[in-house]
Ligand binder design. Structure first.
Ligand code: GRG
Length: 294
């Protein structure tokens, strides 16, 4: 990661820390578990996308804190629920025991619920978000659609139903566009929406970028599941394969998957053309997403 992306990551961590309920306030066990599941881990790729997209259109960093936190909270909620025994049944996440292992299943369920609602509360009320009420509503709508049954939750439903089945490339792509792509796309859109009067052509360019990056992120993740190490990944390597999940790596082979990720990276970089020098950080972020080791 470059210095600027590291700074964004650290900024997101502080912004989340300030917005999560203090662990000492009642109900203390739930609040402690929400902080456990959200803080002190995670690459903060989605928060970086919010900061970098907003900055590319001229937003102040402070005005991007609430949407950056909102997408990371939704992401943290999805990981907590995804790790539950009724879904992927994982015991390791971000290098530590999953939320239901460290606490219990009921607490983990409530942690996910509470992180999700906090995300929408931030978009509705956080004072640092300097946009009109109408724009807040637009941001809430974007995040809700990306998170719900047509987006992430819908993708997860397709994912769970496809274990042990063979998917063709288009079906796999559709599942991932919903499950991981929709939130990545929403992160970029929220960064852009934090700027009240941004140029429509630039917003369209950012959306094309986000679409390619979202898919490239998932392909990189699939390759890491096959080639990565548990100690570096902070989650169990080989988990998708062990569960018989269709992935880009199984469908195209690791080399084919890497070639596809590289082509998507090139497409993402091309999409940034209209932003000129203002797209440099987004370009660095796309490279990081494809070339990362964890
Ligand atoms: C439970 C509604 C619901 C949805 C879950 C996104 C998702 C849907 C599940 C996550 C499962 C998973 C591991 C998907 C692969 C891609 C992915 C989201 C990886 C984790 O994201 P990173 O690498 O994680 O950005 P960090 O820990 O760095 O934040």
């Amino acid at each position: 990661m470059t210095d600027l992306l590291t700074r964004y990551r650290e900024r997101a961590e502080r912004a989340l820390d300030a917005r999560l309920p203090p662990a000492a306030t009642a109900p203390a066990r739930l609040h402690e578990a929400m902080r456990y599941a959200t803080l002190g881990g995670g690459k903060r790729v989605r928060a970086c996308l919010v900061y970098a997209a907003g900055a590319a259109l001229g937003a102040r960093e402070e005005a991007l804190d609430a949407p950056a936190c909102a997408v990371e909270l939704i992401h943290a909620y999805s990981l907590v629920h995804d790790d539950l025994p009724c879904m992927d049944d994982d015991d390791l996440r971000r290098g530590k025991p999953t939320c239901h292992k460290a606490y219990d299943e009921a607490t983990a369920l409530l942690v996910g619920d509470s992180l999700q609602t906090l995300a929408f509360e931030l978009l509705a009320h956080d004072a640092s978000l300097a946009v009109s009420p109408a724009r807040r509503l637009e941001m809430i709508t974007v995040l809700a659609r990306a998170t719900g049954s047509s987006g992430m939750a819908g993708g997860q439903a397709i994912d769970l139903a496809s274990v042990g089945k063979k998917l063709v490339l288009n079906e796999l792509q559709d599942m991932h566009a919903r499950k991981t792509g929709a939130l990545i796309r929403a992160a970029v859109q929220l960064g852009a929406l934090a700027v009240e009067h941004a140029d429509k052509n630039l917003i369209a360019a950012l959306d094309h970028y986000a679409e390619s990056v979202g898919l490239a992120f998932q392909i990189a993740d699939d390759v890491l599941d096959v080639e990565g190490e548990t100690g570096v990944l902070g989650k169990r390597a080989g988990a998708d394969k062990a569960r018989g999940k269709p992935t880009y790596a199984t469908l195209l082979g690791p080399d084919g998957a890497r070639t596809k990720a590289k082509a998507l990276l090139d497409r993402a970089l091309e999409s940034l053309g209209p932003l000129g020098d203002n797209g440099v950080t987004l370009a660095q972020l796309a490279r990081y997403i494809v070339e990362r080791r964890q």
